[in-house]
Design a binder for this molecule. Structure first.
Ligand code: SF4
Length: 172
């Protein structure tokens, strides 16, 4: 890690745990869901650096929101390190085929706003009429033990469009 300029900063970690407590993934999943003995963003960085093949899923246990980097008192740029480790895992073909295909499908849909919105509408409808479906398939192990939040009636994009298309109030 010391030799890798973009991974070196994690060695400054003082094990305060702030990045764990702020991480939305850690807060939802808990420490036992990580494959390395240290959980959370710093554990994902340390575990993947120690053995990328053995912990190839850890760099993906992040939304890359950057909250961990923001709170770190010693300025470890955790989400950038996780992103670099993702790229390394991808280049070394350590990402399972299912995930690679899923990411390609997501990339295809996200580049086409109409398709993305239609997919979101369909997913919200399915969650409303048949929430049990989320308990089947690969998501089952996750959703069987957790209550799903209610699917919102409208998407964030719809709300955003509505908010930004409102004419500004003219004050006398
Ligand atoms: S916030 Fe920074 S110092 Fe604290 S545990 Fe995470 S990486 Fe280490």
């Amino acid at each position: 890690m010391l030799a890798e300029a973009h991974q070196r900063k994690a060695l400054a970690c003082i094990r305060c745990g702030a990045c764990l407590n702020t991480c939305p993934v850690y807060r939802r999943s808990g420490g036992y869901s990580y494959s390395y003995l240290i959980p959370g963003p710093i554990g994902s960085v340390l575990g993947a650096n120690r053995d990328l093949a053995g912990h190839a899923s850890l760099p993906f246990a992040s939304t890359l929101c950057g909250s961990c980097t923001d709170v770190c008192p010693v300025k470890v740029d955790l989400h950038h390190q996780l992103l670099a480790l993702r790229q390394e895992a991808g280049a070394e073909k350590l990402v399972p085929l299912g995930k690679r295909l899923g990411m390609r499908a997501a990339s295809f849909a996200m580049a086409r706003p109409g398709l993305f919105r239609a997919g979101g509408r369909m997913a919200r409808w399915v969650l409303r009429v048949a929430p049990g479906l989320a308990r089947l398939g690969p998501l089952g192990a996750w959703t069987r033990g957790r209550a799903l939040p209610e699917a919102p009636a409208r998407s964030f994009s719809d709300l955003y469009d509505e908010e930004t298309s409102r004419k500004p109030e003219v004050r006398p």
